[in-house]
Ligand binder design. Structure first.
Ligand SMILES: [Zn+2]
Length: 345
């Protein structure tokens, strides 16, 4: 054996040993990494399980009229929820959980949260009576509404709402030039502004032109005062009024359809406080009229003009009844609830 080949052998042995050592090292490193990954995955799975256990579908059975939007919610979630429906032709849902009801039928909404799926049954159907609110989700909800203001009473009403931590919807006119700050305050305190009428003259019902001239003028006024537009409307006299017959036959049907086509929503009520009466009503009568309902969704008609002093006095008792009976207070903005009475002209 020559010296040269001996050196070579040693070199080869060194290389082989180094390779084996290296491989062992890599192997040890890999198995270590694998263990770490396993531990992390186990930890993550446990965390997800914990989060899944905290989540629950807020509404598991929903009946809704076609053409409405309803926000589905998975309570107690802190991470992203993946929403889907079984049948997009009946109702579709976007990534934020906003469901759009389309055609009559039933479908299921699925909320996927990590690996767990939460299901809600959705039935889309037209309400049997036009006066129905078109949403049945098992949640008691009251909508306090005030027409014809703002006035000095609006400030008192806002104080009461604030004291009680609740909100309402104000369908305003432009008849009180001193009301601008009150309009701003309504929005600032979380309540909503809707359009009633610029003039509140029934002659607005002469034609589509006269109605929309008045509405557009009011909209411009609201925008100029508050910087915000509104797409919610209440007709003077409500959609069922018959006074409009004196001005034009069939006008309510026409403008109600026009409004919907133009992207507005109009609202009537399913509970009247009775304060529209010419004679000032006693507080106990207003409270009696406005409470004691069996409606799951209560849309109460009240007025916040200067003369309606007893409405202000009755309001705390009305709010108390709804609080005691488990109602949530909402505004008519961004709700699928839509109270329509029978149109009579
Ligand atoms: Zn009115």
């Amino acid at each position: 054996m020559s010296l040269k080949s001996g050196k070579m052998k040693i070199a080869i042995i060194i290389v082989v040993v180094a390779l084996i050592a290296g491989m062992c090292g890599v192997f040890a490193y890999n198995s270590n990494q694998k263990k770490k990954a396993e531990v992390a995955a186990k930890k993550e799975a446990a965390r997800e399980k914990k989060l899944e256990a905290k989540a629950s579908m807020q509404v598991t059975n929903l009946t809704i009229a076609p053409g409405r939007e309803y926000t589905m919610k998975l309570d107690g979630t802190e991470a992203k929820v993946k929403w889907s429906t079984d049948d997009d032709k009946i109702a579709s849902i976007n990534s934020k959980g906003v469901l759009t009801s389309k055609a009559e039928g039933s479908t299921k909404v699925t909320a996927q949260y990590f690996k767990k799926k939460f299901i809600a049954n959705v039935t889309v159907k037209q309400p049997v009576r036009p006066t129905d609110v078109g949403v049945d989700d098992g949640i008691k909800e009251v909508f306090l509404t005030f027409d014809d203001g703002p006035s000095v009473n609006t400030a008192k009403i806002l104080d009461i709402l604030k004291q009680n931590g609740v909100v309402g919807t104000f369908f305003v006119t432009a008849q009180n030039p001193k009301s601008k700050d009150l309009m701003k305050r309504i929005l600032k305190e979380g309540s909503a502004i809707g359009a009633h009428s610029y003039t509140h003259e029934y002659s607005i019902y002469q034609s589509e032109q006269t109605y929309f001239d008045d509405l557009n003028k009011l909209e411009d006024y609201i925008k100029s005062v508050t910087g915000k537009t509104t797409k919610i409307v209440r007709f003077p006299g409500g959609s069922s009024n018959t006074i409009s017959r004196h001005y034009a036959t069939g006008i309510m049907k026409t403008i109600a359809a026009d409004l919907e086509r133009k992207g507005y929503k109009y609202y009537d009520w399913n509970i009247s406080s009775g304060d529209a009466a010419g004679k000032l009503q006693p507080v106990d009568a207003l409270v009696r009229n406005a409470t004691g309902t069996k409606h799951e969704k209560a849309i109460i008609l009240m007025h916040d003009t200067q003369v309606k002093t007893t409405t202000v006095e009755a309001l705390p008792q009305i709010i108390k009844w709804y609080k005691d009976n488990g109602y949530k207070f909402s505004t008519l903005e961004n709700t699928a609830v839509q109270s329509h009475q029978n149109i009579n002209n």
